[in-house]
Design a protein around this ligand. Structure first.
Ligand code: S3P
Length: 176
């Protein structure tokens, strides 16, 4: 039985690489944000607006406990999931975890491009996003580094790169 968690900051490539990895390893792919959206019939943005970040973190924690029982899955977590409650202990007790870590430049480019989808970034200028990323990573990275494996996720810009990285990560996971 395989249960693999992908963690990392927003824009790290958790969904992109997760889908490719699931195909390579012949496992199901679950995105925790999508799971929450499906359960609550609301977008993450609407949940934040209605119950605030604290309320969202409770919902996210409950969802994590649920998906941690699924079998033969790749589960991509939200960028904040590992950093609240004892979530990283839950993750590491349930399966293998991978910290997807792109360079700061790559992360910034990806986040500027997709900022409107993310409630924590939507109102910020490009410069504010950079400061925000630096500040957040300073406190979040110690949680991410509790993962069983750290994987370079800087090169996921086209199909070929995604495929190569999925194969590489799959072989590292199978060796663990
Ligand atoms: C968050 C990341 C988002 C989502 C929510 C909060 C965060 O997920 O869970 O907007 O705190 O970093 P992604 O990392 O999948 O964008």
């Amino acid at each position: 039985m395989q249960r693999i968690f992908l963690i990392g900051y927003m824009g790290a490539g958790k969904t992109t690489l997760g889908k490719a990895l699931a195909q390579t390893m012949n496992l199901q792919f679950i995105d925790l944000d999508d799971f929450i959206t499906g359960r609550h019939h609301k977008t993450i943005k609407d949940i934040f607006a209605e119950v605030g970040e604290d309320g969202f973190r409770q919902i996210e924690r409950n969802a994590l406990h649920e998906v941690s029982e699924f079998e033969d899955v790749i589960i991509s977590l939200g960028g904040g999931t590992p950093c609240f409650f004892d979530n990283m202990d839950v993750v590491n007790a349930a399966g293998k975890s991978v910290y997807l870590k792109p360079s700061e430049d790559v992360l910034l480019k990806r986040l500027i491009k997709g900022k409107h989808k993310r409630p924590l970034l939507a109102d910020k200028s490009d410069d504010e996003i950079l400061q925000f990323i630096r500040q957040q990573l300073a406190w979040r990275e110690p949680f991410y580094l509790k993962a069983s494996l750290t994987f370079n996720a800087s090169h996921l810009e086209n199909k070929a790169d995604i495929h190569i990285n999925a194969e590489k990560l799959a072989s590292q996971l199978l060796d663990m």
